[in-house]
Ligand binder design. Structure first.
Ligand SMILES: [Zn+2]
Length: 290
């Protein structure tokens, strides 16, 4: 319920026998109905019991459902570099005393334009010496491994809160970066400008998956919210949590700083859903009730 329109798709039921009464028909609704690449969308399967087994996929990528709102829901992250177009989805429902149901449909991913950002940084932070390059590669591999780990329970509830209370909106998600004249990968998070020492809080419940001091991200905290959802807090001055610790929404995880590759004090806040880099603003805009 991100405010955008949604469409209810009646299940195209593949029933082995018989025909169901209307009340038995599950429904599948996407929020928003037409997401853009870089969005985190979600799907609501209604008219199924909480004890039902619901599974499915979009574009061949699995959805992980959890009981929600009189049915089941799943988040779907559309990577910043995903191709716009029609993505085929499938949802299967297995429930006691009902025939298994399978629904199929298409999710239209809209194109989104991102800005181009030109930065000038000290040569030493851009043209890495072999040792720094090896370190940065190892660190990004470690991060990718963390993001691939799917904790099988949902650790978040309800709405997501801003990671920095006083700051304005995060900026720069998806910006195509040109650093010292060389095109780089797009900016995978939102930057919040705030003075050094400003508290940074967990945007929702989770577990601390990683704490570190890395070459590009500087001092960092990675939170695992379960079912493949991670949030990232980079360039911290101080860190207030330890690995494996459970955190609540709004709990301080550290303070704003300028560690790693940062031109000044700010929080780089990122969100990943099953390794898809998504706009944190769309995560903060989700309006789950519990
Ligand atoms: Zn950033």
């Amino acid at each position: 319920m991100s405010g955008a329109p949604s469409s209810a798709v009646a299940l195209a039921l593949l029933l082995l026998t018989g025909s169901p009464s209307f009340a038995e028909w599950a429904s599948v609704t996407w929020h928003p109905a037409k997401p853009r690449h870089g969005d985190v969308a979600w799907v609501h399967v209604k008219n199924v019991s909480e004890s039902a087994t619901v599974e499915g996929s979009v574009d061949g990528r699995p959805l992980t459902f959890f009981p929600y709102g009189g049915g089941h829901a799943a988040l779907f992250g559309i990577d910043i570099d995903a191709k716009p177009g029609s993505y085929a989805w499938r949802v299967g429902v297995v429930e006691k005393e009902r025939e298994p149901q399978t629904a199929y449909g298409t999710l239209k991913i809209q194109r989104r334009e991102f800005s181009v950002e030109r930065l000038t940084l000290p040569k030493g932070l851009v043209d890495l010496d072999p040792e720094a390059e090896r370190r940065a590669n190892d660190e990004s591999k470690l991060l990718a491994t963390v993001y691939r780990t799917i904790t099988p329970e949902r650790l978040w509830r309800g709405k997501f809160t801003k990671p920095v209370g006083a700051a304005g909106e995060g900026t720069g998600f998806g910006a195509r970066r040109v650093i010292n004249g060389q095109p780089r990968s797009p900016h995978g998070g939102a930057d919040y400008s705030a003075p050094t020492g400003t508290p940074v809080v967990a945007v929702n419940g989770g577990r601390v998956a990683l704490v570190g001091d890395f070459f590009f991200p500087g001092r960092l905290v990675v939170l695992d919210h379960g079912l493949g959802l991670y949030t990232l807090y980079f360039h911290l001055d101080t860190i207030a949590v330890a690995e494996a610790q459970r955190v609540e929404r709004g709990q301080p995880v550290g303070t704003v700083g300028a560690t790693g590759r940062a031109t000044g004090p700010h929080l780089h806040f990122g969100a990943l859903m099953r390794s898809a880099r998504v706009d944190p603003a769309t995560l903060l805009g989700l309006a789950f009730l519990d």
